[in-house]
Design a protein around this ligand. Sequence first.
Ligand code: NAD
Ligand code: MG
Length: 387
Amino acid sequence: MLAKTTVAVLGATGSIGRATLDVLESLGGPWRAVGLSAHSRLPELVELSQRFSPDLVVAACPESAGRFDFTSLPAGVKRLIGPEGLIALAELPEVDTVVAAVVGSAGLASSLAAARQGKRLALANKEALVVAGSLLTHALKRSGGELLPVDSEHSAIFQALQAGRSREVARVVLTASGGPFRTWTAGQIAKATVDDALAHPTWQMGRKITIDSATMMNKALEVIEARWLFDLPAEKIQVVVHPQSIIHSMVEFVDGSVVAQLSPPDMRLPIQYALTYPDRIPSPCPKMDWTGAMSWDLEPVDIERFPALSLGWEVAERGGSCGAVVNAANEAAVELFLQGEIKFPEIVAGCRRVLEHHNFDPSPELGELMRLDGWAREEITKWAALC
Ligand code: NAD
Ligand code: MG
């Protein structure tokens, strides 16, 4: 198979986007960032354009673009403004691989466009699968496109699955760091501040996923993501807490063998594997040091203190419109928490409430999913005003 070396990086100014650009730089040779997008951090987009000389940049937020002076954008770099630009970039004929690293359901339309065009979709934007897993996986099947996970747990499972056949899989086990509140009591968690929740012990990430890790909604979203990526029923997806973030996840086969993928925590590794698959290429990521003693902990999850987790299995099982509703409610609630409008436990309580109040649709189309996304955000805002 010819290497797919022309890459569009959607969300290039974010934590995953920048790590992807580091990977492309270290791969060198034919590897190239053909297009880059940003939302409102446009000075950074220009700086990245000077460094990577893409053909096209997209400024997704029209208001920020309207106020911005693009004169230092290198000559010859085309630019598009607005969310439609993301779709155009994902569909560019010269792009082999789309790295979907936009945060939230704002990344869905461009991920879907890449899937429909038969691209390799290197997916960090788990929210796209949570909202529209059925539509995305169908689109990829029809177009012959490939879905490569970037999320470290799902990359680990993708790698471990290569040790057996899909009918031989008994279950997958997602590991979770446990976030900053792993050892906190429910009473302490109830009083958690924004700074407490943003202090992740093992990963440096964008603000939204960092809060999701603190509530463990991130793991709930990952259960749903695994359901769609690997076509597994909810009961075959388990979660275990592993604070060191070395074992990235595991697959248990029917004979009882467990195959895991391990490495020091560094997102550049799963990103590079999604780009170079099926090849493995030397990487600058730190390697395990097997010369010293070490120990790793594994602990059961605590659903009482982290009720977000039960939403993950519930939504993975029910499917339909549930993913869109929970995801949008969570995005809105996280934003309200970051603005100091609601308390930490209200993020998950609000998601549960909105899920229970929505009119379930077993097989919604894209338009209905988008309508429900807007509805869930409004419901959370109204509910928060009463809190
Ligand atoms: P981030 O906040 O650091 O970056 C988000 C990127 O999306 C930025 O480039 C931003 O400009 C862009 N963006 C934000 N809102 C947008 C909008 N409305 N329209 C278009 N673009 C928009 O986030 P991140 O931590 O890089 O996470 C990106 C995605 O990857 C998320 O879905 C997250 O769950 C997933 N992920 C991240 C990590 C990690 O280590 N950071 C690990 C696994 C999965
Ligand atoms: Mg993850």
